[in-house]
Design a protein around this ligand. Structure first.
Ligand code: ADP
Ligand code: MG
Length: 685
C-alpha cells in the first residue's frame, strides 16, 4: 500500500488533526493504512453483578432500579443511578451527560460496560458505555482496533479515518505473483490490510497478520541475499598479520581472555589474513566481553598501517568506547591515534577530526553513523566494526563502496538467537559466538517485587551507595503519556531525591535530552560523581560502568524479557556482587510468570527460549522483543515458521528469476524498490 495522498485530503482532517498525525509520523493515506492497531478490544458477554471484581473492565445487563438523580458540582453535572440484575446492585456515575436522565428510564434494561471499582460489597462504575442488548451482542462478535495515539487524538477519530481511507485509497496491483500467494496460502494485500484493521474474528486476524508478517520477512530476506551477493567473493584488499604491538597489548591486559574470546579472536585473525574480505558477526551475551575483541581487531588494523572504525548506535556509547580505547592507548603505550566523531561536536572539532582521518594521522576512529557520512574521507579504511544494534546493511556497504572502499566488516551483537534461527537471519555473515562470561563474575542476584516494596528497595540502594557502589533506576518514559500510572523519569527523580539521604547524588537521563547533555551525565556517572542514575531505556545497550551494582526497573511488566535482560546486563560487569530489582506495577499471573523467568536465570538464550514457550503461537501482539530486528509485526521467535517460509520463497525466486525480469514480477520489483527507497531496513545490522 503506497497511496501517498496527503492525509489532509481526508474528510474531517484539518490542520489540528494533521498535527497529531504528524507527531505519529503518519503523513499519507498509505502511512495511515499501514499503521496497524497495537491491540484489539473485544467485548465479552455480560456478567452477573454478583460476580464483578474491582479493577476489571466488564459488562452487565441490568435494569435501572430508581429514578436517576442529578447533582451539580460547580459546573459539572453528576448523574447517579443504581442498576440491578437480581444478583446485586451496581452504582453508575455519569459526568456532564445530563441528557441521560431522559434516556435511561426506571425499569429499562441496558448493557453497561466500564471499569469496575469495588469497595467491600459495593460495586460501581464511572462513565460506563451503555448499549441496547442487541447492539451489545452484535459487538461481542467483533474486535475493535486500538491504535497507538498521541495526546489530543482519540481512538475513535483514528478508526473512522482508517475506515474512510480504506474506501478512498488507490490500491496498486497485488505485488506477489499468484504462484507465491498459492504456495504460501497468503491473503491478497488489500484483504490483509482490511482485516488487520477490522477483523471479523481472531482467526481472520491471524490470517491477515500472517500475510503482513510474511511481507516483512520476504523483504528482509531479499535484501539479505542482495547483501550476500555483494559481499561474497569480495577480495581482501587489506591483508593483515599479527604484529608485535597487538601481541604486547594482549600480554599487558589486566585479565586473560576467556577461552571463547580467544577462539573468536582467532576467527577474526584468520579472516583478516585470508584471501577474502571479512563479513563476520560476533554474538555474545551481555557482559561476555565483546568490546575487547573489537578493540584487538582495530589495533591489528592500525598496526598494519590501515585505519579502523568503530560505530556505535548512540553517542553515549560511542563516547564511552572512545574513552576506553584512549585509556588503553595511553596506559599500554600503543603507538596509535584514536579520534572521536559524533554529531554533538562543534563544527571546528569535527573539521579537525575530518582532517586527521583524511591525512591518516588518526587510525582508530570511533563514532556514530556520522562515520560513514559523505563528509568523511578516509585515507585507508580497512575495517568497520559496528557495535550493538547498529544499522549496517546493504545501504551502508554501498555508501562505503561509493567512497571506493570495501573494508572488512565486523558486527557485534548481544541478541540471543538460537542457532537454527541465527543461520537464516544472519545468512549473509559468518558467525562466531562468545558463549561464556569472564570467570571472575558473581551471578547477579534478582528479585521481582510489587510497588509496595519500594521503601525497602530505596533503603537497599542507599546502603549500596554508602558502600561506594552506583545504581541505575529505569522508568519507561519521560513525560506523562497516554497511559496512566507509568513512572516518568523527571518526576521520579524528584521523588527519589526526597526518599534518599541528601548526600546521595541523583540525576536523570532520557532520550529527549540534547546529546551533549546526555554525554555529560554519562561521564559524571562513569567517573562516580553521580550515585544514582534515573533513566529511560537509552542506557539499554552497551554502557559499561563496572562500579554500578544495582539495576532497579520500574514498571518492569511493560518491557519485553529480552529488553529486561539487556537492561540487567548493565550491572554484574565487575568484581562486586550485583543486584537486579524488577518492580511490577501489576500482579497478574502471566506477568509474574514472565518476570519469574528472569528471576531464575541470567542466561540470555534460556530467557529467549522461555519467553517464546510462555507466549506461545497464539499470542499475536505480545510485548515486542527488543533487539536488532526492527520488524513492525513479525517476531523472529513467535513467527519462526513464517520466517522459514519467506526465506524459502525468496530463495526459490532467486533461482527462477534472480533479477525479477519477467512481466509478472514487475509489481514485486516495484514494491521492493519502494521499501528500499523508504529506508525500510529490517535488520539494524
Ligand atoms: P559486552 O559483551 O556486553 O559488550 P564488554 O565488552 O563491555 O561486554 O565487557 C564487560 C566488562 O568485562 C568490561 O568491563 C571488560 O573490561 C570486562 N572484561 C572483558 N573481557 C574480560 C575477561 N576476559 N576477563 C575479565 N574481564 C573482562
Ligand atoms: Mg558491548
Amino acid at each position: 500500500m503506497r497511496d501517498n495522498t496527503p492525509l489532509i485530503q481526508l474528510k474531517g482532517v484539518g490542520t489540528k488533526t494533521k498535527g497529531y498525525f504528524d507527531k505519529l509520523e503518519i503523513h499519507t493515506v498509505g502511512d495511515l493504512l499501514t499503521t496497524y492497531p497495537r491491540d484489539y478490544d473485544s467485548f465479552e458477554p455480560p456478567v452477573k453483578i454478583g460476580n464483578l471484581s474491582g479493577g476489571e473492565v466488564a459488562c452487565v445487563y441490568a435494569a435501572v432500579t430508581g429514578t436517576v438523580s442529578e447533582k451539580k458540582v460547580r459546573n459539572l453535572s453528576v448523574l447517579t443511578l443504581t442498576v440491578s440484575d437480581g444478583t446485586g446492585l451496581l452504582t453508575l456515575t455519569f459526568f456532564n451527560m445530563p441528557f441521560l436522565k431522559k434516556v435511561l428510564k426506571k425499569g429499562g434494561y441496558y448493557c453497561f460496560r466500564g471499569k469496575v471499582s469495588a469497595h467491600g460489597t459495593k460495586a460501581s462504575m464511572e462513565q460506563p458505555a451503555y448499549y441496547s442488548y442487541q447492539d451489545y451482542m452484535e459487538l461481542t462478535k467483533s474486535l475493535l482496533p486500538v491504535y497507538s495515539l498521541t495526546k489530543g487524538l482519540t481512538n475513535k477519530t483514528f478508526r473512522k479515518l482508517v475506515e474512510q481511507a480504506m474506501m478512498t485509497c488507490v490500491w496498486e496491483e497485488e505485488f506477489y505473483p499468484p504462484a507465491i500467494l498459492d504456495t504460501y496460502h497468503l491473503l491478497p494485500e488489500k484483504e490483509a490490510i482490511r482485516r488487520i484493521h477490522f477483523p471479523e474474528d481472531r482467526e481472520c486476524l491471524a490470517e491477515a497478520r500472517r500475510r503482513l508478517v510474511f511481507d516483512e520477512f520476504f523483504g528482509f530476506f531479499y535484501f539479505l541475499r542482495q547483501n550476500k551477493k555483494l559481499c561474497e567473493g569480495l577480495k581482501n584488499e587489506y591483508c593483515m598479520f599479527e604484529t608485535a604491538d597487538t601481541v604486547r597489548f594482549l600480554e599487558q591486559l589486566p585479565f586473560p581472555l576467556t577461552k571463547a574470546q580467544k577462539k573468536v579472536w582467532q576467527d577474526i585473525r584468520n579472516d583478516l589474513g585470508s584471501p577474502y574480505c571479512m563479513n563476520r558477526l560476533v554474538q555474545g551475551d551481555v557482559g561476555s566481553g565483546k568490546t575487547i575483541v573489537a578493540v584487538l581487531a582495530l589495533m591489528m588494523t592500525a598496526a598494519n598501517g590501515y585505519q579502523g572504525a568503530l560505530m556505535a548506535p548512540t553517542e553515549v556509547l560511542a563516547v564511552q568506547h572512545f574513552e576506553t580505547i584512549r585509556g588503553y592507548v595511553e596506559k599500554y603505550h600503543v603507538p596509535f591515534r584514536p579520534v572521536l566523531l559524533v554529531g554533538s561536536m562543534t563544527a571546528a572539532m569535527k573539521r579537525q577530526a575530518y582532517e586527521q582521518i583524511a591525512s591518516g594521522e588518526a587510525n582508530l576512529i570511533i563514532g556514530t553513523h556520522a562515520l560513514i557520512q559523505e563528509r568523511v574521507v578516509y585515507r585507508s579504511l580497512a575495517l568497520v566494526v559496528t557495535d550493538e544494534q547498529h544499522r549496517f546493511g546493504v545501504k551502508q556497504r554501498e555508501q562505503l563502496s561509493e567512497k571506493g572502499v570495501s573494508p572488512h566488516i565486523l558486527v557485534m551483537s548481544a541478541t540471543p538467537i538460537p542457532r537454527t534461527l541465527a543461520i537464516i537471519l544472519y545468512g549473509d555473515l559468518q558467525v562466531s559466538v562468545i558463549d561464556e562470561l569472564p570467570a571472575d563474575r558473581l551471578p547477579i542476584k534478582n528479585c521481582v517485587v510489587g510497588t509496595n516494596y519500594r521503601a525497602t528497595a530505596y533503603k537497599f540502594l542507599a546502603g549500596q551507595v554508602a558502600q561506594g557502589r552506583q545504581v541505575y533506576v529505569i522508568c519507561p518514559q519521560v513525560e506523562e503519556g497516554e497511559l496512566d500510572n507509568l513512572e516518568n523519569v523527571v518526576d521520579y527523580t524528584e521523588k527519589l531525591r526526597a526518599a534518599l539521604p541528601e548526600t546521595v547524588a541523583v540525576s536523570y537521563l532520557h532520550g529527549k535530552m540534547r546529546p551533549a547533555d546526555k554525554n555529560r551525565i554519562m561521564e559524571q556517572f562513569a567517573d562516580g560523581s553521580i550515585d544514582v542514575l534515573v533513566s529511560t531505556t537509552v542506557i539499554e545497550v552497551g554502557i559499561n560502568v563496572p562500579n554500578a551494582t544495582v539495576m532497579m526497573v520500574e514498571n518492569a511488566d511493560r518491557f519485553g524479557l529480552a529488553q529486561l535482560h539487556q537492561l540487567r546486563g548493565r550491572v554484574g560487569r565487575g568484581e562486586h556482587q550485583s543486584y537486579c530489582i524488577f518492580v511490577s506495577s501489576q500482579d497478574r499471573k502471566e506477568t509474574m510468570e514472565r518476570l519469574e523467568i528472569l528471576n531464575r536465570s541470567n542466561d540470555g538464550f534460556f530467557i529467549a527460549a522461555e519467553d517464546l514457550r510462555l507466549r506461545g503461537p497464539g499470542d499475536l501482539f505480545g510485548i515486542r522483543q527488543s533487539g536488532e530486528f526492527a520488524f513492525r509485526m513479525g517476531d523472529i521467535y513467535g513467527d519462526s515458521d513464517v520466517l522459514k517460509e519467506a526465506c524459502e520463497a525468496v530463495d526459490r525466486l532467486l533461482v527462477s528469476d534472480p533479477d525479477l525480469e519477467t512481466e509478472e514480477m514487475q509489481p514485486l520489483k516495484e514494491h521492493l524498490r519502494y521499501i528500499r527507497a523508504n529506508n525500510v531496513d529490517f535488520r539494524s545490522i
